[in-house]
Design a protein around this ligand. Structure first.
Ligand code: SME
Length: 161
């Protein structure tokens, strides 16, 4: 396991992802426990970007159940199709929300959350979990986050689950 996270100062967000992804790969390759890896991944993304909230919801039966995360207390269960997370699960696609107040049915775990991106982790056609990232800044996420978070989720799908 990589014991030290290299975070060079002054990088753009894209450069930061590029620096991070090989480190994420080596971090998870040395560990077989899913929860341990998801916990470390949440910590890595928090440390790298200081996101307001970052973590995982795991598909358990007909619900998403809160998994490892970094940030404030969050709702523990989300029904399929509900909120941004439930919609990303149902529709099996990334959902990028520039302004959460304009997303019908958004579940506000914190009134400080202003924008959000949700990336499903899909294995053999089934959503197994979702990665949820919240920001306290409006319109904080772009195609750059989508591109690199998808790469991170691919590592989860291929190496962790
Ligand atoms: N906002 C999410 C709920 C999860 S929290 O943001 C941590 C949603 O609408 O699904």
């Amino acid at each position: 396991m990589a014991e030290h996270l290299q975070l060079t100062k002054g990088l753009s967000r894209a450069e930061r992802y590029v620096e991070l992804i090989p480190q994420i790969r080596s971090l998870v390759l040395g560990e077989t426990d899913v929860i341990a890896n998801l916990a470390n991944l949440s910590a890595v993304l928090k440390a790298a970007f200081d996101f307001f909230w970052v973590g995982f919801y795991l598909v358990k039966g007909q619900e998403l159940v809160l998994g490892p995360f970094q940030g404030s207390v969050a709702c523990t269960r989300i029904q399929k199709g509900k909120g941004v997370c439930g919609a990303a699960w149902k529709e099996k696609r990334v959902i990028l929300v520039p302004d959460v107040d304009r997303f019908p049915g958004h579940i506000a775990c914190s009134s400080l959350s202003k924008s959000e991106i949700v990336v499903p982790v899909i294995v053999d056609g089934d959503v197994r979990m979702i990665l949820d990232v919240d920001s306290d800044i409006l319109n904080d996420f772009s195609e750059i986050d989508e591109k690199y978070l998808k790469q991170i989720v691919k590592i989860i799908a291929e190496e962790i689950i």
